[in-house]
Unconditional design. Structure first.
Length: 200
């Protein structure tokens, strides 16, 4: 065999090995095990079969939805609660003939279940803790209005450790607003951690 032919075969073998290595790298296995399902080790299961979900400061690849429970912490170590967004009723009627939204507005009522999980009682005004956010990013504070969706939380609300309370919070929004998210933070909204539920 000539030196020239031997050199060509050696070059062909080396080129083939390089192409094989490149193909293996490009087509190697990818990591698809990242979970997008809501979960929080400290959160209790939601009433009605919902799952538990992380607070808003958790990784962004998770999303809570209506029925999910989020474990929240307050400004004090003794203050914590599992908060469940039980349901959201869009455009409910007022609980009586005198309760109705302003012209060009509509009511949206969110029902929450709050379970005190800290060593101290949960004492707060939940109406100050909740916000409704539309698709444009506009935030809406709660309004004092009771609708047919259910009774409002009493103000102030006090829940003994291990106990829970069910109540509604109503918002008044523009008639054409598209709902996007509901947020809740303990301590009348002053806690650094907040829960967020994405609305369908």
């Amino acid at each position: 065999m000539s030196v020239r032919l031997r050199t060509r075969r050696t070059a062909a073998v080396l080129l083939g090995a390089a192409l094989l290595a490149a193909a293996t790298t490009a087509c190697g296995p990818t990591d698809s095990s990242v979970s997008t399902s809501p979960k929080s080790p400290a959160a209790a299961p939601a009433a009605g079969g919902g799952s538990s979900a992380p607070a808003a400061d958790a990784p962004k690849n998770t999303a809570a939805k209506t029925g999910d429970t989020i474990a929240l912490k307050g400004t004090e170590k003794s203050n914590s609660a599992d908060v469940t967004l039980v349901k959201v009723v869009d455009n409910p009627k007022g609980a009586d003939e005198y309760t109705e939204p302003a012209a060009g507005k509509r009511y949206v009522t969110a029902q929450f279940r709050i379970k005190a999980t800290g060593s101290a009682a949960y004492s707060d005004a939940p109406h100050n803790s909740a916000k409704l956010i539309d698709a444009q990013g506009q935030n809406y504070e709660a309004t004092i209005a009771e609708t047919v969706a259910g009774p409002e939380f009493p103000v102030p609300l006090s829940i003994a450790p291990g106990e829970s309370a069910l109540g509604c919070i109503t918002f008044e929004v523009p008639a054409d607003a598209k709902l996007d998210k509901v947020q809740f933070a303990l301590d009348s909204g002053f806690a650094q951690q907040s829960g967020q539920w994405k609305l369908a």
